[in-house]
Design a protein around this ligand. Structure first.
Ligand code: NAP
Length: 288
């Protein structure tokens, strides 16, 4: 049974990006720039933003941090986004979600205001549309990280049955679309499951490739998994015993031929893909 090591894969991607950036800046090209906007003081969001800034620094990406009070107005936030859209030294704009609970801020309107060509989170409707049309554009970082793991481990769902559990806009839905695209590391026959799915266990058991993004700790057990299936667990759940995935690792790993652990599976790939999107944007914008 193969344990898919997302931590090592993400470290390799980050090293590759660091080299690309270092080679360009050594020739006096400007460094890539990522603007990160954090509204309010949610402790989890503060940690995510700090981790992203640290990852940028390690890769040679300049991060521009904007920490705004929870009572910032929609207009002030939109003004900042418009200013960043127009700046030459900013290649990517990231608005940390969720926006503070109870505020009057409209997160969709803020995401819509980001220039789609600086939308390194891949949440703008234009990029979601590009994905569904098979056009180039920024991909949402977590599903992009899953696809990169398939590529780097040469796990091919082509011609096989893939089941995605969870239909959120940031994970399940874009992942299902990516898996249904042509290509050696996609081209799957995809079923997208959600809380209205009639017989989830049966759907999961039919999967050669099973992708879990429900947010329910240890929910998918070994009896719901086909022998030899590849299981990619996107779930990150905090429990009294620490972090765990949506798969019950002990029983699922008895059945699977390959599985991502939690932590250390898909999680580290998300930031690596954010850095990758930022470097891609910088390449396009500067010709590096
Ligand atoms: P979400 O927005 O809460 O969506 C969960 C999805 O799972 C929904 O579509 C929901 O169905 C479905 N679902 C919930 N319970 C179900 C059940 N019993 N049977 C079938 N479907 C069920 O969650 P998310 O943002 O996609 O995140 C999912 C998990 O991934 C979370 O644990 C999150 O922490 C993790 N995550 C990890 C990363 C990473 O970097 N690795 C990034 C993002 C998220 P309905 O639509 O019918 O309600």
């Amino acid at each position: 049974m193969l344990i898919i090591d997302g931590k090592a894969t993400a470290a390799a991607i980050r090293a590759e990006l660091r080299e690309t950036v270092a080679a360009a800046t050594a020739q006096n090209r400007r460094a890539p720039g990522l603007a990160v906007i954090l509204v309010g003081e949610d402790p989890a969001s503060q940690v995510y933003v700090r981790n992203k800034e640290k990852a940028c620094a390690e890769t040679g990406i300049t991060s521009f941090a904007y920490r705004l009070p929870a009572d910032v107005t929609q207009e002030a936030l939109l003004d900042l986004i418009r200013e960043l859209n127009g700046r030459d030294d900013v290649d990517g704009i990231l608005l940390q979600l969720p926006l503070p609970k109870g505020s009057a801020l409209d997160s969709q309107a803020c995401l819509d205001a980001i220039d789609p060509d600086k939308d390194v989170d891949g949440f703008h409707p234009v990029n979601v549309g590009r994905l569904s049309l098979g056009l180039p554009g920024f991909l949402s970082c977590t599903p992009a990280g899953v696809m990169e793991l398939l590529r780097r481990y040469d796990l091919s769902p082509a011609g096989k049955k893939a089941v995605v559990v969870g239909r959120s806009n940031i994970v399940g839905k874009p992942l299902a679309m990516l898996l249904a695209r042509p290509g050696r590391h996609a081209n799957a026959t995809v079923t997208l499951c959600h809380s209205g799915t009639a017989n989830l266990a049966e759907e999961c058991r039919s999967a050669d490739f099973l992708f879990l993004a429900l947010g329910k700790p240890n929910f998918i057990t070994g009896d719901m998994v086909k022998p030899g299936a590849v299981v990619i667990d996107v779930g990150i759940n905090r429990t009294e015993k620490g972090l765990c995935g949506d798969a019950d690792f002990a029983s699922v790993s008895q059945k699977a031929s390959a599985i991502t652990p939690v932590p250390g599976g898909v999680g580290p790939m998300t930031i690596a893909m954010l850095l990758n999107n930022t470097v891609d944007s910088w390449r396009k914008r500067t010709g590096a």
